[in-house]
Design a protein around this ligand. Structure first.
Ligand SMILES: NC(=O)c1ccc[n+]([C@@H]2O[C@H](COP(=O)([O-])OP(=O)(O)OC[C@H]3O[C@@H](n4cnc5c(N)ncnc54)[C@H](O)[C@@H]3O)[C@@H](O)[C@H]2O)c1
Length: 310
């Protein structure tokens, strides 16, 4: 029996098509490994819980884990990234899904708890919320031999767990997937860089001639800068790390303090993993150009003015 709570089960057919499209673009996970798993069943009797962006790509990961014999539980790692059609299709494939687009903070953690209630043996996290919740509320699970291993997918999550490890409070073995070079140099730098720029471009915004301010010159942000420049924007980088700032300067970008950069910004994009990067103050907001576009790719929505009511 599949346990679930999704937005609308009738979207399953549409979600199935989306899963199929992604499958054709990810042959290693969705074909090579899945076929091997189907034969060998390496995850027989194992429960896997994933707190991930519930999209057509992670949907295929869930299907591959299931093909390997695992019982799979899935919840969203961001309330805004869940694709409701994919969530609906996955329950028809026997995945236990607790995710819907736009869930509240309370619902977000309810979904995480539904996955942890299944006493998973492997936790796959994106941002750290599931593993941190397990440490705070599921002491018996965390302290038992039940957990074989955990994984963390993103920079912010890895930083959270490194800090926990330093304090001696991380109680599970953890693979920092984000540290794999084929993750941070390709997904972060090239994938997400293209993703945010194409999302804005898709709203029929012309980048050519626009002043685009990029906060950060790390993996994701340098990718965003590259894509924005490729579309003809005048890219201005702000960085707190002097070496990264020099890298940006030597790559041909203007580099300046954020207060100065904001004055003429048409588009402001953040990807630092830090809070209040633009500014927590309303005075700064009031000085921005009319119609400026704000975008954040960092894991939490705390980098810009999201919490200011204007
Ligand atoms: N949305 C996605 O699909 C996705 C994918 C990968 C990573 N992420 C998230 O994006 C964020 C960045 O990840 P990354 O891998 O690029 O990290 P990174 O450490 O490579 O880069 C972050 C950069 O921001 C700089 N920075 C920090 N505070 C700043 C400030 N106040 N002003 C200007 N620059 C500042 C740092 O010096 C660093 O160079 C993280 O939150 C990560 O979890 C999101």
């Amino acid at each position: 029996m599949v346990n679930y709570k999704v937005a609308d089960e009738s979207l399953a057919e549409k979600g199935k098509e989306a899963l199929y499209i992604a499958e054709s673009k990810m042959p290693v996970t969705a074909k090579v490994i899945r076929e091997r798993f189907q034969k060998e069943k390496p995850l027989k009797d194992i429960t896997v819980a994933g707190c991930l962006h519930v999209t057509k790509e992670t949907g295929n990961l869930a299907l591959t884990l299931k093909a390997g014999g695992a019982e799979v539980y899935l919840c969203g790692s961001n309330p805004l990234s869940t694709q409701d059609d994919v969530a609906a299709a996955l329950i028809k494939e026997g995945i236990n899904v607790f995710a819907w687009h736009g869930n509240t903070d309370e619902e977000f953690y309810w979904c995480i708890r539904k996955c942890l209630d299944a006493k998973p043996n492997i936790l796959i996290d994106d941002g750290g919320d599931m593993i941190v919740t397990a440490h705070q509320e599921y002491e018996n699970l965390i302290n038992s031999d039940n957990i074989l291993a955990c994984q963390e997918e993103t920079t912010t999550g890895v930083k959270r767990f490194r800090a926990m490890d330093k304090q001696g409070v991380l109680k599970v073995p953890l693979f920092p997937v984000n540290d794999a070079r084929c993750k941070n140099q390709f997904d972060n730098e090239l994938g997400t860089g293209q993703g945010i720029v194409s999302a804005i471009y898709g709203m029929h915004v012309l980048f050519a001639g626009k002043n685009v301010v990029i906060a950060g010159y790390g993996h994701c942000s340098s990718g965003m800068a590259l894509r924005a420049r490729g579309l003809g924007a005048n890219v201005i980088v702000t960085e707190v790390d002097p070496i990264k700032a020099l890298q940006a300067k030597f790559s041909g970008y203007q580099v300046m303090p954020i207060e100065k950069a904001l004055q003429d910004a048409d588009i402001i994009l953040t990807a630092t993993g830090c809070k209040h990067v633009i500014a927590p103050r309303k005075e700064v907001f009031d000085k921005l150009k009319e119609g400026v576009i704000l975008g954040n790719l960092g894991h939490f929505d705390i980098e810009n003015f999201a919490h200011i009511s204007c």
